[in-house]
Design a protein around this ligand. Sequence first.
Ligand code: NAD
Ligand code: MG
Length: 361
Amino acid sequence: MKTLTVGLGERSYPITIGSGILPALGESLRAVAFPRKVAVVTNPTVSALYGAAVLDTLREAGFHAAQISVPDGEAFKNLDTLNTLFDELIARGYDRGSGILALGGGVIGDLAGFAAAVYLRGIPFAQVPTTLLSQVDSSVGGKTGVNHRLGKNLIGAFYQPRHVHIDVNTLSTLPPREFRSGLAEVVKYGVVRDADFFAWLEREHAALLALEAPALVEAVRISCQIKADIVEIDEKEGGLRAILNYGHTLGHAAELLAGYGTLRHGEAVAMGMVAAAAIAADLGLASEPDRLRIEDLLRALDLPVRLPAFAPAVYLDALTRDKKVKEGVLQMVLNRGIGDCVLHSVAHPDRIIPPILEKYC
Ligand code: NAD
Ligand code: MG
């Protein structure tokens, strides 16, 4: 079991990572003096797999815990679901001396975290993330929220949990495509911040795909550490935190153009990283061998590396609508070699992007 701390002054909190550590959840919550009365917010899919184990460990540790289940899926990460959650919390008498535990992937974490941020003006919150994406990304950093019909994550709050408890064994039940999608964000951390981690991923890709526990614990630990280091410097995305958008510029455009739900988010990010690395190579920030290493690693992890085929004008329009192109200049994070990156203003995207799309669609 490994523990790291997200250092945010009085809002600092531990992230515990291990294999088979779900039964230790109750003790971990006691160690951070989590409230005795706990609402476990989850969905039917995750509840069927881990709900009983979570209630057992909480009750054994002396917590008064009960589940509140919301429907499964991104389509339910909205204000209507939030309202039904508040209905339950109020009806069951959850008060200021209670806490909310999110049990599930990023959708549950974002929704339950936002509920905790605003219910009774804020009650303590903890997370048991059960997808790779939520373990390495959404459970670290305190962004919570829900979607609006006019856009994703438009309503939310920065709200830090008291504790994050990660059992990598939960990944064994995850659909393989969800798991691989999470690996794209893991690769991203190596590209933008840590060349040694990138090289480690090159060596360990087979162990990761085989869900070998030591490799998973290490990948999750280093990913959380990198994100925590960035969040400690820039909690509210005033600057540095933006580097986590590496691969997300063209990736997000691809996700939109393919139609939401067609590509998994991480698949789109994988494609976007290869294209970003190509732009970085064109501009002399990185080399073609760097780009090839990124592509090869993503391929080895069974991730797609070519963007969906749409005309350059369609991509440029999507980037403009996404506010990535402003006054004819494209703002994007580009890798400087491997392990470092910069936020770059790409002049003339209308000249730079078409040849990239020609090669990487
Ligand atoms: P998700 O929460 O929808 O989970 C994917 C699917 O896997 C769901 O059907 C879920 O029920 C199921 N599942 C979860 N754990 C499982 C397990 N162990 N075994 C079997 N099935 C399991 O999707 P996600 O990829 O985890 O999260 C995506 C969400 O995260 C998006 O809404 C995105 O906006 C958000 N996000 C937030 C942040 C942040 O900083 N807060 C960062 C990145 C993404
Ligand atoms: Mg992402």
